[in-house]
Design a binder for this molecule. Structure first.
Ligand SMILES: Cc1ncc(COP(=O)(O)O)c(C=O)c1O
Length: 446
């Protein structure tokens, strides 16, 4: 640029400096209002500013289980005191972008031993949490492909995890979702099933994705459903991505029979978060080697390497297999008990005359309520609950990738987490019961 031009336009430039910058598609996709951002903001607000006032039954933070925390504290002590060289390496060295070789080896050997899967360290990649694994995987298999075609991720059943909803970075919609079949169970229960007749898997789909157990509903897809999805994906030459954030073998927060599966056409993600280490941001991808190589490249480009503390913390109990005992004998019973207690609280506080139902509690950290004929939208219900100091997650955020016009169910659900201390959960259900009664009676608070 010539100097005289620069001088001549400086005043304009100062004025323009206040105008918003033009957004890229990438920025617009990742910065517009999103459910997951609202949820994480609420979580932060409740756990910091609103401590003592807000009842936080919204987020997916794990409980602080004393027996689990003791294991992680002891391991940290061991690193600091007994193996200071290892501690220094963890703190002072960058990890390889696919993860620490020893950790990848330990995970592969453990899964091979437990389930007979034909794996080596080359089938394992570490990411900064399962969330980042999904960001890479979803954008890997959906959007504009190198042959010019556009593909989407088929979600065979929504509601599905809120955290996938806004992860697409291309100008194309990322998801093509299907409504579930709803089985009514008794007076107060229900359960979702995949409607295979409506699946219509076709060449516009780049992958099928499910969480198992599903966040938010706690639904666990049956072995039969997973088997069918697995066959359909393989027949169409696309992967089945299974998000195992709460599932088997760890953290093991699954309350019904379910068989973990993996083969070369399945991409399985695991995480250390629900095992009590969300702060370490450690996700694990189990996949065929070519996918692992791609994840490795993406990690190197986006963030150089991963956080290696979680890997160092968990490696010994994965190597020894002790992680299974922890999952089965501590973590699972703990959350199962919390789930039963939350169900009791629901029965105690939710008005008997209101047509509420709750999804079968089959795993994960939540109860998923359906308020049939709800007089207001669940977003409005969320706002009223927040005003009454209770934070939950409005259900509509979990129904993305489909046109839900005319489908009332999608605006009648709420996700309520039961991982916070007992007294907070109990008080939260008390508030929920009061506000629900007012809403159905047509009253609003002053
Ligand atoms: C179903 C599901 N997948 C993935 C994640 C991401 O977890 P993280 O990134 O902590 O591993 C979560 C977190 O709540 C989840 O519920």
């Amino acid at each position: 640029m010539r100097p005289c031009q620069r001088g001549g336009t400086s005043a304009n430039k100062r004025v323009n400096a206040k105008a918003p910058y033009l957004k890229s598609i990438f920025a617009s996709n990742l910065t517009e209002h999103s459910g997951i951002t609202e949820l994480m903001d609420d979580l932060g607000e409740a756990l910091t500013l609103g401590r003592g006032r807000l009842r936080m039954l919204g987020g997916g933070s794990p409980s602080h289980i004393p027996a689990v925390q003791a294991i992680w504290r002891e391991r940290m002590r061991e690193l600091l005191v007994e193996t200071p060289d290892e501690y220094d390496r963890v703190m002072a060295d960058y990890d390889q972008p696919a993860g620490s070789p020893a950790f990848r080896e330990a995970v592969a050997a453990f899964l091979k031993r437990e389930y007979g899967w034909n794996l080596s360290a080359r089938n394992i990649a570490v990411t900064n949490g399962g969330q980042t694994a999904f960001f890479f995987l979803l954008n890997r298999f959906a959007g504009k492909m190198v042959d010019g075609s556009v593909r989407k991720i088929l979600l065979p059943l929504v509601p599905e995890y809120i955290g996938y909803g806004d992860q697409g970075v291309s100008e194309h919609d990322m998801f093509d979702s299907r409504r579930p079949l709803i089985e009514l169970i008794g007076e107060r229960g229900f359960k979702y099933h995949i409607d295979f007749d409506a699946l219509d898997l076709n060449e516009s789909h780049g992958a099928i994705a499910v969480s198992r157990p599903t966040n938010p509903s706690s639904n666990v897809l049956t072995d039969g459903e997973i088997g069918k999805l697995r066959n359909l994906a393989a027949e169409n030459g696309i992967p089945l991505i299974i998000d195992n954030a709460y599932g088997l073998p760890f953290p093991g927060v699954i309350f019904r029979e379910a068989t973990p599966v993996w083969d070369e056409n399945i991409i399985l993600t695991l995480s250390l978060s629900k095992l009590g280490l969300p702060g370490t941001r450690t996700g694990i991808v189990v996949a065929r080697e070519e996918v692992i190589d791609e994840i490795r490249s993406m990690t190197a480009i986006v963030g150089l390497s991963n956080n290696n503390i979680g890997q160092a913390m968990a490696r010994p109990i994965i190597e020894s297999g002790e992680v299974l005992l922890l999952a089965q004998e501590v973590v699972k019973p703990y959350y199962q008990e919390r789930s039963l207690r939350a169900l009791e609280l629901a029965r105690q506080h939710l008005p008997g005359e209101v047509p509420w139902r709750v999804h079968e509690s089959e795993g994960a950290f939540f109860l998923w309520f359906w308020f049939d004929a709800l007089p207001i939208s669940c977003r409005e219900l969320y706002a009223r609950l927040k005003a009454a100091n209770l934070i939950v997650v409005p259900g509509e955020y979990f129904f993305y990738g489909l046109d839900s016009t005319g489908w009332d169910h999608a605006s009648q659900c709420l996700r309520v987490s039961f991982t916070q201390p007992e007294e907070i959960v109990a008080d939260g259900f008390r508030i929920l019961g009061e506000v629900i009664r007012e809403v159905y009676e047509g009253k609003s608070r002053p």
